[in-house]
Design a protein around this ligand. Sequence first.
Ligand code: GRG
Length: 296
Amino acid sequence: MEKFKDILKSDVAIIENRLKNIFPSDTVYQKNLIDSMEYSINAGGKRLRPVLFLETLKLFEKKIEDFLDIACSIEIIHTYSLIHDDLPAMDDDTLRRGKPTNHVVFGEGTAILAGDGLLNYAYELMHQFLISDLSINNAEAIYHISKAAGIMGMIGGQSVDIESENKEIDISTMDYIHKNKTGALINASIMSAAKICNANHSQLKALSSYADSIGLTFQITDDILDIEGDQVELGKNIGSDVQNSKATYPKFYGIEKSREMALELTDTAIKNLEMFPENKTEFFKELAYYIIKRKK
Ligand code: GRG
């Protein structure tokens, strides 16, 4: 569907345009730090999470321009997590978004601070937004994002992930890791926008289930791409899951069963859209297919 690609391209352009000038420019002493933050933020990436946020706003007919800094904050939090995930103390990766990782270019100390700087700046931006447009819905949206990024979400999942390296873990531990490490921020990208739009209980439930289904599909696809993807197209090294003895879906279920699971999850995601007008959910449907078919 050409329309899907056009919408995606236009959303990404809007997000990247704002990201280009999002950090303070009047810095002297922190210049190297800001350079390292900008290096990773402007390195590309699919911008999946802020796109989900903007498209959910559109689903409820909200003006996306008013909420761009929240969309960018989600991408900034995601980018910090990638920088820290690539560090020698974690996955020790040298390639990300088709470029040498942050610590390879700027050194480990600066890369740690770039991640810290990005995370804190996202909260500055979100609170600046809240001060300018104070409402319970906006506060709830920011709470959702903060919780998803924290110990009850992404950091919680990541901590169990690194503790599980080289250990035999059960399926429910693996599910916990991925639901939180990858799924939580994807879920919050949709749910925070739905909160801003005052979505009702059944709409929230359907959107959360859609988000969880595409989030898990995203992870399963990621695991499969780490085995059979193309390093150049992916922009990151492959084989790192085996190298780091990670618990992955193909490791537990085999590749074919993992593919079947991803297909079933995609069906579930799409079923959850049925309660919304069909002409408004075309993008979300196509996005679910894009995630399962993605090569990068
Ligand atoms: C360090 C707190 C902390 C968390 C790290 C995001 C993450 C948690 C780890 C990344 C490791 C990984 C490969 C996870 C699987 C799925 C995933 C989140 C991939 C990266 O996200 P993409 O594909 O990246 O959306 P781009 O570059 O397109 O934004």
